[in-house]
Design a binder for this molecule. Structure first.
Ligand SMILES: [Mg+2]
Length: 198
C-alpha cells in the first residue's frame, strides 16, 4: 500500500513563531543590539502580500549590519535548538507520522529564515523542507493525493486531491463552518489522522 503524503506547515503549526523574538537574545551576545528595540522594529520589515505578511528577518538583520547567514548559524548552534520552540505535541505528531506517511514540511517565506526555524525543530530531523513564495495550493495542485496540516485558513475549498486539516490556536474562535476539519491542538489532529489517513 502506498504511504500517504503529508505536508506540514511550519510557522504556528510545528514551530512556535511567536517565540522567534527570543532569537534577538541570542544575537545580543554577539552584536551590539538591544533585543527589545529590535522586536519593536520588526513591523518595519513586514512584507505584505494578498492580506498576509511575512517578516523579512534577513533584511532586518542586514539593517543592523549583521550577516544573516551567520546569525542563523548562531541561533542553530544555541540553546534554541533543543526543541523548546516546537508547538505542543509537535514532536509526538511528527514522530508518529514518520512511521506511517511520507512527511515533508511545506512553508511559505524566504528560504534562509524558514530553514533556520525548521532546523530548530528536533522532530523535523530527516524530513524534507520545501520553502515557497507561491500559494501552497499552487504547489500542491500537482502533488497527487496528499494531506496538508496548516494553521492558516485556505480561504477557498481546496481541490479534491488535497485533504486539508486546519489547526488553530485554542484562543481562536471559529466564526463559520468550513469545508475542512478544524482542531485546536496537534493532539486532536493526530487522532483525526489516525482514523482517516488510510
Ligand atoms: Mg503557519
Amino acid at each position: 500500500m502506498n504511504r500517504p503524503k503529508v505536508f506540514l506547515d511550519l510557522d504556528r503549526t510545528i514551530f512556535d513563531t511567536d517565540r522567534a523574538i527570543e532569537f534577538w537574545q541570542v544575537w545580543a551576545k554577539y552584536y551590539d543590539i538591544v533585543p527589545e528595540m529590535c522586536v519593536a522594529e520588526r513591523d518595519q520589515f513586514y512584507i505584505w502580500k494578498d492580506e498576509t505578511y511575512m517578516h523579512d528577518m534577513s533584511n532586518q538583520l542586514r539593517s543592523y549590519g549583521i550577516d544573516s547567514n551567520q546569525a542563523y548559524r548562531q541561533v542553530i548552534e544555541s540553546e534554541m535548538s533543543d526543541g523548546r520552540l516546537e508547538m505542543p505535541y509537535a514532536s509526538e505528531l511528527v514522530t508518529w507520522l514518520k512511521g506511517v506517511a511520507d512527511v515533508a514540511v511545506l512553508t511559505y517565506g524566504p528560504d534562509d529564515y524558514q530553514r533556520c526555524k525548521a532546523a530548530l525543530c528536533l522532530s523535523l530531523v530527516g524530513i524534507p523542507v520545501v520553502t515557497t513564495l507561491q500559494p501552497k495550493l499552487e504547489i500542491l495542485r500537482e502533488s497527487g493525493d496528499c494531506w496538508l496540516i496548516d494553521d492558516k485558513d485556505l480561504g477557498v475549498k481546496p481541490p479534491d486531491n488535497i485533504h486539508f486539516v486546519q489547526v488553530i490556536s485554542p484562543d481562536d474562535i471559529v466564526v463559520q463552518d468550513k469545508p475542512w476539519p478544524i482542531y485546536s491542538s496537534l493532539k486532536a489532529v493526530k487522532e483525526y489522522l489516525y482514523e482517516n489517513l488510510y
